[in-house]
Design a protein around this ligand. Structure first.
Ligand code: 5GP
Length: 203
C-alpha cells in the first residue's frame, strides 16, 4: 500500500486563547520530523527570550502594512491591538515540498484560512481549538506567566472569552488539561488526519 499511494500534506491550524499552555505545546510539536512550523509576523515587541525569526518575525508597523499591500499574507489579523500574520509563500512551498505544516493563530486567522479561495489550502486544512478549562484558570496562568500588565491581562481575558465561543467552527476541540495530555491528544488528531482516505493520492 505504501508504494501505491502518496499522501497529500496537512495544514494544521491550532488556536488557543492566550495562556492555554499553547506555547509549550507548540514547542513540543515543532520538534516532530517532516514538519514545518510557520513563523508568524507581528508588530508586537519581543518578550524576554523570544528570538526574531524563530518565535516571530518582528516587523515595524510600516513593514507589516507594506506586506499586507503586497498581498504577502495568507491571513492577517489584529489581536490585542497588535498585527499578526502568516506569510503565504512558505506555507505553499512547504506543502508542495511534502511537509506537514503547523500554524498557531487566533480565531480570526483560522476563519480566514477556512474560507481561503485556494483549494489546496482548504483541502490541506485540519483545524484544532484548544479550549482552556475556564476563565479563572486562564487568569491564574496569565498572572503566573507575568509577561503582561494587569490591563493587558484583562484585555487578553476578554479576547479569550470571545474566542471560547467559537470552538464549534473547528473540526477538533481539545478541552485543555495538562500540557502532556493536550500533546497526546493533538498527536492522535495528527495521526488520524494522516489516514484520511481523501488525503491519499494513487501514484
Ligand atoms: P502572543 O502575542 O501571545 O504570542 O499571541 C497572541 C495571539 O496572536 C495568539 O492567540 C496567537 O495565536 C495569535 N497569533 C500569533 N500569530 C498569528 C498569526 O500569524 N495570525 C493570527 N491571525 N494570529 C496569530
Amino acid at each position: 500500500m505504501s508504494n501505491q499511494f502518496t499522501r497529500r500534506r496537512i495544514l494544521f491550524v491550532v488556536s488557543a486563547p492566550s495562556g492555554a499552555g499553547k506555547t509549550t505545546l507548540v514547542e513540543a510539536l515543532r520538534k516532530s520530523p517532516n514538519f514545518y512550523y510557520s513563523v508568524s509576523c507581528t508588530t508586537r515587541a519581543p518578550r524576554a527570550g523570544e528570538i526574531d525569526g524563530k518565535d516571530y518575525q518582528f516587523l515595524s508597523d510600516a513593514d507589516f502594512r507594506a506586506r499586507i499591500e503586497g498581498g504577502d499574507f495568507l491571513e492577517h489579523a489584529e489581536v490585542h491591538g497588535t498585527l499578526y500574520g502568516t506569510l503565504r509563500e512558505p506555507v505553499l512551498a512547504n506543502l508542495k515540498n511534502g511537509l506537514d505544516i503547523l500554524i498557531d493563530i487566533d480565531t480570526q486567522g483560522a476563519a480566514t484560512i477556512r474560507t481561503s479561495d485556494d483549494p489546496i489550502i482548504r483541502r490541506a486544512l485540519a483545524d484544532v481549538f484548544i479550549m482552556p478549562p475556564n476563565l479563572e484558570e486562564l487568569r491564574g496562568r496569565l498572572t503566573k506567566r507575568g509577561t503582561e500588565t494587569a490591563q493587558q491581562i484583562e484585555s487578553r481575558l476578554a479576547t479569550a472569552a470571545r474566542e471560547m465561543e467559537l470552538w464549534r467552527d473547528y473540526r477538533y476541540t481539545i478541552v485543555s488539561g495538562s500540557v502532556e495530555e493536550d500533546l497526546e491528544k493533538v498527536r492522535h488528531i495528527m495521526a488520524a488526519e494522516s489516514y484520511l482516505s481523501r488525503r491519499l493520492k494513487p501514484k
